[in-house]
Design a protein around this ligand. Structure first.
Ligand SMILES: CC(C)(COP(=O)(O)OP(=O)(O)OC[C@H]1O[C@@H](n2cnc3c(N)ncnc32)[C@H](O)[C@@H]1OP(=O)(O)O)[C@@H](O)C(=O)NCCC(=O)NCCS
Length: 177
């Protein structure tokens, strides 16, 4: 039976937080751990909406913090499902910060989280496919295969020579692999 398909917009989630004193370090900047907690929540909700299942965080790709987010800033986190495989779902999160009194806005960071939909016993379970609509969604959908292979290699779950998508980018010859 063909798998059900869902559009990324059907599971899109936006979450807004105000940076309060308990969220900051001694320089009055938002702590990285607090931001990652918010990123985990917003992306888990998107993955749950896509799968209509309980999901667990399987992995988090590299996260860089480009600019400090300050006490009193308003932080907006947007999560969109990029692609789903058998039981795993990749979600992209974009984070923006705004200083409302000055009207200054900045893009803070972005990251990819991977979730696995599980049944009540914690066993992985099949999820709907993603049907990208916009050009941006299509590009993210295509790139998801390479990102998946890279993270599975780093997690020791895939041999580099099995990663066909990555091999084609780096033009790795059969004899070198
Ligand atoms: C994630 C988890 C369910 C995978 O279970 P598993 O028995 O290894 O399952 P499988 O090997 O069948 O893999 C299931 C899926 O997980 C994906 N996966 C497993 N480890 C992964 C990783 N490190 N990164 C990305 N995806 C991963 C697999 O690629 C597979 O995806 P697919 O079904 O779409 O092909 C299991 O490792 C787990 O429960 N981990 C703990 C999750 C958790 O508690 N998170 C919160 C941390 S505090």
């Amino acid at each position: 039976m063909p798998k059900k398909k869902k559009y990324p917009r059907e599971s899109f989630v936006s979450m807004t937080e105000l940076v309060l004193p308990n969220d900051t370090n001694t320089l009055n900047n938002l702590m990285g751990g607090r931001l990652m907690h918010w990123m985990d929540i917003v992306s888990a909700i998107a993955a749950q909406k896509h799968s209509n299942r309980i999901v667990v965080t399987a992995s988090v790709d590299n996260i860089s913090f480009r600019h400090p987010i300050q006490l009193g800033n308003v932080v907006t986190l947007k999560a969109k499902v990029t692609r789903a495989f058998s039981s795993s779902i990749e979600v992209r999160i974009d984070v923006d910060a705004e200083d409302i009194p000055s009207g200054k806005k900045m893009e803070s960071n972005s990251a990819y989280f991977t979730f696995v939909a599980v049944d009540q016993s914690g066993r992985p379970i099949d999820v709907p496919e993603v049907e990208p609509e916009t050009e941006e969604e299509k590009a993210m959908y295509e790139g998801a295969l390479r990102r998946r292979q890279l993270r599975l290699i780093l997690a020791g779950r895939m041999k580099p020579q099995e990663a066909n998508e990555l091999r084609s980018i780096f033009d790795i010859k059969e004899t070198q692999a």
